[in-house]
Design a protein around this ligand. Structure first.
Ligand SMILES: Nc1ncnc2c1ncn2[C@@H]1O[C@H](COP(=O)(O)OP(=O)(O)OP(=O)(O)O)[C@@H](O)[C@H]1O
Length: 318
């Protein structure tokens, strides 16, 4: 059996509150080396509070956090096992990419020559070699995000915490961030990231945790969560030419459909045998014309909507 001392992260019964308002309500979590866990949840769910607690920036009111057997709040040694990339990037804009990495290396206790060698390796890993001498202020959002991730692993921590790694990164540049997270996972980093971006989470995570009002309401691999919440059913979705008026909603609800929370012209429901529902949908009168229908396997966005009863963020897909 793996003990707490071997694991990059063990969170046990963590509670936190701000001025009497509960923000974390008994969180349990473990993370193995080479595993990526995406922490999802609506605004204010407690994701950043949990990341800050794990990083040792906030003390839990109750419960404990262990990083390779050390408490990040009390033991400096634990902080040496953690790399943190905050949502708002922490880089020196007037220094070059290479200089930034070297400065971070020295802050983490590497010697000058160690920091140089490690910066070289990480410039290659992040595909920023040709930008090594460029000032950070001149780099794109995606490049800066990759560089900040590199800075956070200069000292080879066991645990990497990424708070909203897609912020400031456009859709195309996100591929570079995805590739980097995958490479770091292959190198054995345990990675915990918060995100609102379902596509990013689906692309890189081994497990998902969904927080709502400080409670972990779902946790597991995406495959397990899909079976738990949808069994063998698939998602049937109809897109209408116009939003549905209240008077037409009954007919759709009788088919077992409900509006997609973030888009009232899309209605969806679960079905094991989709043909029947599709035929009945086409026969409906007094509803606007159907412009598209689809039948698909549930994805992370569907699991998220199902357990949180909240819309998925705009940028997310499906
Ligand atoms: N410094 C603070 N003082 C008081 N309340 C706070 C503080 N920081 C966060 N909170 C509250 O704690 C709760 C959890 O906030 P947190 O930032 O952890 O959520 P989040 O899931 O990261 O949200 P988002 O997705 O919007 O970043 C919220 O109700 C928030 O208002």
């Amino acid at each position: 059996m793996t003990s707490t001392t071997d694991l990059p992260l063990t969170v046990s019964g963590v509670h936190h509150h701000y001025r009497g308002q509960k923000t974390l309500n008994g969180i349990d979590l473990t993370l193995q080396s080479g595993e990526v866990l995406a922490l999802l949840g609506p605004n204010g769910a407690g994701k950043t509070t949990l990341i800050r607690t794990i990083a040792g920036r906030l003390a839990p009111r109750q419960g404990s956090v262990s990083v390779l057997g050390n408490d990040p709040c009390r033991e400096q040694k634990a902080r040496g096992h953690i790399g943190l990339v905050p949502q708002h990037l922490a880089l020196y804009d007037n220094l070059t990419a290479r200089e930034n990495l070297e400065v971070f290396g020295q802050l983490f206790g590497l010697s000058g020559s160690e920091a140089k060698a490690r910066a070289d390796d990480l410039l290659s890993l992040t595909e920023l070699r040709d930008k090594a001498s460029a000032r950070v202020g001149r780099l794109s959002g995606g490049m800066r995000r990759r560089l900040n991730i590199a800075a956070a692993v200069m000292h080879r921590p066991a645990l990497l915490l990424l708070d909203e790694p897609s912020v400031g990164v456009d859709v195309k540049a996100l591929e570079g961030v995805v590739a980097l997270i995958r490479r770091l996972r292959e190198e054995g980093y345990a990675i915990l990231m918060t995100t609102h971006d379902m596509a990013l989470a689906e692309a890189v995570c081994d497990r998902v945790g969904i927080l709502k009002a400080g409670t972990m309401i779902a946790e597991g691999s995406l495959d397990v969560l899909k079976v738990q919440h949808f069994g063998r059913s698939r998602i049937v979705e109809a897109r209408f030419a116009e939003p549905i008026e209240p008077g037409s909603a009954d007919a759709l609800e009788q088919l077992g459909l409900e509006p997609v929370p973030e888009d009232q012209s899309r209605w969806h429901g679960l079905s094991e045998t989709s043909e029947d529902i599709l035929n009945r949908l086409m026969m409906l009168q007094d509803v606007p014309p159907v412009s598209a229908v689809s039948v698909r396997e549930p994805g992370l966005a569907d699991v998220y909507r199902h357990v949180t009863h909240e819309p998925v963020a705009e940028k997310a897909i499906a």
